[in-house]
Design a protein around this ligand. Sequence first.
Ligand code: PMP
Length: 426
Amino acid sequence: AKTNAALMARRRAALPTGLGQTYDVVAERAENAEVWDVEGKRYLDFGGGIAVLNTGHRHPKIVEAVKAQLDKVHHTCFQVLAYEPYIELAERLIAKTPGDFAKKAYFLSTGAEAVENAIKIARYATKRQAVIAFGGGFHGRTLLGMALTGKVAPYKAGFGPFPAEIYHAEYPNPLHGVSVEDSIKSLEHLFKYDVEADRVAAIIFEPVQGEGGFYVASKEFAVAIRQICDKHGIVMIADEVQTGAGRTGTWLACEQWGVAPDMVTMAKSMAGGFPISAVIGKAELMDKPLPGGLGGTYAGNPLACAAALAVLDVFEEEKLLDKSKAVGETLVQGLKGIAAKHKSIGDVRGLGAMVAVELFKNGDLHQPDADLTKRVCVEALKRGLVMLSCGTYANVLRILVPLTVPQAQLEEGLKILGEAFDAASA
Ligand code: PMP
């Protein structure tokens, strides 16, 4: 019989070290919020393949839509021969994106590519070079993605040199002593010390930092960035690769700001596990690059477009935005219950169902506890719960459970997490 250990040994022999492995588990099959490994052990999946499975594993509607598309056409290269699901997906995503202006959308395959494309367009349209991103941000592993990412190890160290003209301001993070005012001041400092504002093409940030630790940017911050962008003619880009597709209680997190970004990037859960990403933005910017400047051989693959359309249907039919809020409330309540017993939990936070706890030694906000975070994950896995960590200090446990999770499994997962905390703290 197959074992995790034997397959992991083959994996280690054949695959490079840089491709990390959170758990020594090999998945055999999955359904909604559950996964079974090759040894038949069952897990609850609170990681959702890193924010990809808001509609769960193998949602029947999505599987059906992909199978139907497979029997029609599964590749032409859209720029050579078009297909309707791509066009319909663009129309439907545009309709769901905030902003009282004409918009256009197109597709790539990964989150990093969507980010790269948004920056390409911003640079082309403004004829400016510089881009401002934020400390703790994550934007992908391509060369530009790495340059925009605000974390040196393990994402950037040794992989340079990076593209020029990328600057980082401080992301607001009151828990760690950075107020919105401090953050905006750091941006103004860049304009004073490093780069004149009228040479900046774009400011890009995540509405909630994902890999960085689930820190939520306030509405106040978004409004301040909007004002700065308006004042200096800078393109405002919301990277919604992790926050998008209903995770935060609205389809896009930026809907909660009251101001609209000029461009949005999406990927991950927009197609429930099929590789596709999107750039959606102001038509007057999006239309600037000349034919041939944008696109890709596989970009906007028909199967992934069909899956993404099914995701939109499932969100409507199953009222998943309401579920996102409800799941978030259950999680926050459950985590607060665990926090009441464990003073290592220094913060319980989130937006909608994008929820996390941050761990500190003895609850001291100056002593992030990465070791405990790791031990909780190990203990959770032993008990059949897949958890993910994140954070600049690797001390954040984040939850990205499918929004379609049955209530009983949500509660089961929280119970296991509580037991994992007990075991890891003993
Ligand atoms: N932006 C954000 C906000 C992300 O969370 C990620 C992936 N974690 C990316 C970009 C990169 O996406 P991908 O891995 O699909 O390239």
